[in-house]
Design a protein around this ligand. Structure first.
Ligand SMILES: [Zn+2]
Length: 307
């Protein structure tokens, strides 16, 4: 079901067609700043940090949305058609977006353009790029640079501000990388393993020198098979893993089975594909990155009490 055209997509494409012929002009922004549309909340927050007040940033998907299997609505297509610039993650994350954005006459930048992709290792996705590069503070700094360049081209008079905003923001992101490296520095090689529900941490695991294991490679599945659960149990037992984790946008019941069958603790919830609401634990991308790094370091080193 992953990439097959759906009725919703057909409707969305029909809207694209009608926009193209009617020259719809009812999409004037609420203010006169240029409008940048992103595909999900993480990119929108990163873009706001680079843009400051100069641009109006919108996210197509809302907080908590499942991004991989999202179906765009006609409203999404209208909003995107009215934008001055659209940013998507790329690396196969938003197949639903790539389907319609090509039909629109809007400048389009893929923010992972300068990332060295890691492949997905297993399952039907094997060999495709892992899309979750924003989970690496090192790769995220490349996203920031790409946004600085894109915004400077869109709005040259404010290019110096985009540059300085981007540099300050990248430095904050880099601090989280240092926290990861410092936090894990005392962890023996034999215990350097990160077990999660979705295979969303390949980049972060690489940065932190952790071997990665997961129940399913991409959240479009969200349902662990008995074989995947057995594989995770085997990995945890072989590597004597202290703690396992699961992401906020999926059920943790399969990972709880792994906990029940092994000596591992449940190390906590990780945030990847969406920010939380403003009063939740990760209202911004920097919060998300710090929260995950602290949860992972705490769980693996035992420096934080288990949930
Ligand atoms: Zn994901």
């Amino acid at each position: 079901m992953r990439f097959s055209p759906s009725r919703t997509t057909a409707v969305a494409l029909a809207v694209v067609a009608s926009l193209a012929t009617s020259g719809c002009a009812s999409l004037a922004p609420a203010d006169d700043r240029p409008v940048v549309v992103t595909t999900f909340t993480v990119l929108a927050d990163m873009a706001r940090n680079v843009a400051g007040d100069h641009l109006r940033i919108e996210s197509i998907t809302k907080i908590g949305a499942e991004i991989h299997g999202y179906e765009p609505t006609p409203g999404d297509v209208r909003v995107t058609a009215g934008a001055d610039l659209v940013l998507d993650n790329g690396l196969g994350l938003e197949a639903w977006f790539e389907r319609f954005v090509g039909e629109l006459d809007v400048p389009h930048v893929v923010v992972s353009g300068d990332v060295d992709p890691l492949p997905i290792a297993s399952d039907v996705y094997a060999g495709r790029p892992n899309p979750h590069a924003w989970m690496s503070p090192l790769e995220a700094q490349r996203y920031v640079t790409t946004m600085v360049d894109a915004f400077s081209e869109l709005d040259p008079p404010n290019a110096a501000d985009y540059r300085s905003n981007g540099e300050a923001y990248a430095a904050e992101i880099d601090d989280v990388h240092d926290e990861l490296i410092d936090g894990l520095s005392g962890l023996p090689r034999s215990q350097r393993a990160l077990v999660t529900c979705e295979g969303a941490f390949s980049y972060l695991a690489r940065d932190g020198g952790l071997e990665e294991a997961y129940l399913w490679p991409v959240n479009a599945e969200q349902q662990a098979t008995p074989g995947q659960i057995a594989g995770a149990i085997d990995f945890v037992e072989r590597n004597d893993v202290a703690a396992v984790f699961c992401e906020s946008t999926v059920s943790d019941s399969a990972m709880r089975q792994v906990v029940g069958a092994t000596g591992a603790r449940f190390g906590g919830v990780l945030y990847v594909d969406s920010l939380s609401l403003p009063d939740g634990p990760v209202p911004t991308y920097l919060d998300l990155l710090r929260y995950d790094v602290r949860t992972i370091v705490g769980g693996l080193t035992g420096s934080v009490a288990a949930e």
